[in-house]
Design a protein around this ligand. Sequence first.
Ligand SMILES: Cc1cc2nc3c(=O)[nH]c(=O)nc-3n(C[C@H](O)[C@H](O)[C@H](O)COP(=O)(O)O)c2cc1C
Length: 186
Amino acid sequence: MNGNTILAAIHGRRSIRVYRPEPVGRAVLEELLFAAVQAPTPPVSGSSPWRLCVIEGAARLAAFGVRAKEYARIHQPPGQHWEWTERPGFEVFWNAPAAVIFCARSGHPEAAFDCCRAAQTLLIAAQGMGLGSCWVGAPLPWLTSPAVADELGLPGGHEASAVVLIGYPAEQPDGQPRPRPDVQWC
Ligand SMILES: Cc1cc2nc3c(=O)[nH]c(=O)nc-3n(C[C@H](O)[C@H](O)[C@H](O)COP(=O)(O)O)c2cc1C
């Protein structure tokens, strides 16, 4: 990718919530994950602050999504109400054919940030590769419950920290690109 292509990927990326049904091949997913882990990490994080997991299959993810939404509806955080848990039409996994879960090493102060940096890198790489993506926080309450982490085989000693949906886009949202920042030149 040259510089212009990278800028086009950054500015052109929008969250995709409608996906074509075809799966994303393993080789493509592996290329994406390889790109994601090129994100910078501080020395304190060591070589692998994360474990990467992939759930494949739109139908499987859709069924998990129903459970995740219901789990979050029942387990609202104290003093807060997740309105999306009762919003008709809100889907946790948006019928994507794949979800990448970045699991952060437990008890490590930097690992969750490392996962976010890798997830953001994944979004841009996906855009550059003609794939659609959406970062989703909605499944996290469910994915971080110990019984579900066990059921899905998420790695022990790690906690799901960032989730990105991947698939071929079936929409081109206009989105709301951010205006130029108001910079203070110091
Ligand atoms: C930490 C985080 C959590 C998010 N969670 C969800 C989510 O659960 N469901 C969803 O549809 N979008 C989710 N999004 C996507 C945002 O809604 C979206 O990025 C934002 O509206 C800006 O739109 P854009 O990505 O098209 O530029 C999340 C984004 C981030 C960064």
